[in-house]
Design a protein around this ligand. Structure first.
Ligand code: AHM
Ligand code: MG
Length: 304
């Protein structure tokens, strides 16, 4: 019987295989939209569905994976069909049978396909249930001029890049400084609250530089690689719970940011203390270096 670390290693190795397939898929993909939309109401691209179906097939073929759910799917799927999401969203103790479930966003930022900007895939590995407290490892792949991958466990961060012969080599894992220089503010500005607008303006007044592509993976990756800053996707008038989804995007990226020495909050609370009531639930989110997160917490507290 494999221990949990070996299972996580098998899953990480599978993410690398997936990254090779999807980076090739992106080279040949058109920007064709389908008539369908996902559970969040986003119109799907053909490539969103292709990436989703491929990842589902690869992950469910692993003996150590008990079930998966994805930004592009309405349900949690196991090798034997649909699982009850109410049961699996409840917090459950770690340990026991130690079943592993994976939540993923197969192609984050796919609306950037047409402009040929970097895209990503995001994965969270959950033990026993899809609750933030049960997130035990996370990963993202960035498809840019190079394909790179970040893995985080509860103890370590790993950073690897794909070579021209489709092998992976290790790089020094990035670390967030206490304070950075990048400001990546998401959401439609005309719908920002006054508090949020004032805070974002204050960062620019302090000398922060705007870096925002509209892809969560490259935007967060840039902050990580350049040593710090703030990524925000706030509650807005048109999206009071933010846009980004807890299970597929915000929890895994928060896990990785914490492992890199940063923090992730929803404006008040630590993201990884939040519950998740439904599979596609979103949350406002702020991920960054400690100093920016503390300043934001303060600004939000003073202007409730
Ligand atoms: P997607 O998963 O449908 O691509 O949506 C998520 C993307 C994130 O990558 C990005 O941070 C955000 O949506 C951008 O939204 P906006 O265009 O509102 O700034
Ligand atoms: Mg996404």
């Amino acid at each position: 019987m494999l221990n949990i670390d070996s299972k996580i290693q098998i899953i990480f190795n599978e993410f690398k295989k997936i990254s090779i397939h999807i980076s090739e898929l992106l080279k040949d993909s058109s920007n064709e939209y389908l008539k369908s939309s996902n559970s969040s109401g986003d119109t799907q691209l053909a490539v969103d569905v292709l990436a989703d179906t491929y990842i589902e097939k690869q992950l469910l073929a692993l003996e150590c994976v008990a079930g998966i759910c994805s930004e592009e799917k309405a349900d949690i799927i196991s090798k034997n069909g649909i699982l009850d999401s109410k049961d699996l969203l409840k917090k459950s103790p770690l340990g026991g049978e130690r079943k592993l479930y994976i939540a993923y966003d197969p192609l984050d930022g796919s609306s950037l396909m047409d402009s040929n900007l970097a895209l990503g895939s995001i994965f969270g590995i959950y033990e026993n249930s899809f609750s933030a407290q049960n997130l035990i490892a996370a990963s993202y792949i960035i498809y840019g001029p190079r394909t790179e991958i970040i893995f985080a466990t509860q103890n370590a961060l790993f950073y690897q890049k794909q070579t021209s012969n489709q092998e992976y080599i290790s790089l020094t894992p990035p670390k967030l400084g206490k304070k950075g220089k990048i400001n990546a503010p998401g959401g439609t500005q005309k719908y920002w609250s006054k508090t949020h607008k004032n805070f974002i303006d204050s960062l620019f007044t302090d000398g922060y530089r705007l870096r925002y592509s509209g892809g969560m993976v490259p935007d967060l990756h840039q902050i990580l690689i350049k040593g710090g800053g703030l990524f925000s996707y706030p509650a807005t008038e048109d999206a009071p719970s933010g846009k980004l989804r807890r299970l597929f995007e915000v929890f895994p990226m928060s896990f990785i940011y914490e492992q890199a020495g940063g923090e992730a909050i929803d404006g008040r609370e630590r993201i990884l203390n939040l519950e998740c009531d439904s599979l596609h639930q979103s949350t406002p989110c702020f991920l960054g270096s400690k100093q920016e997160i503390n300043a934001l917490k303060q600004a939000y507290k003073e202007n409730k």
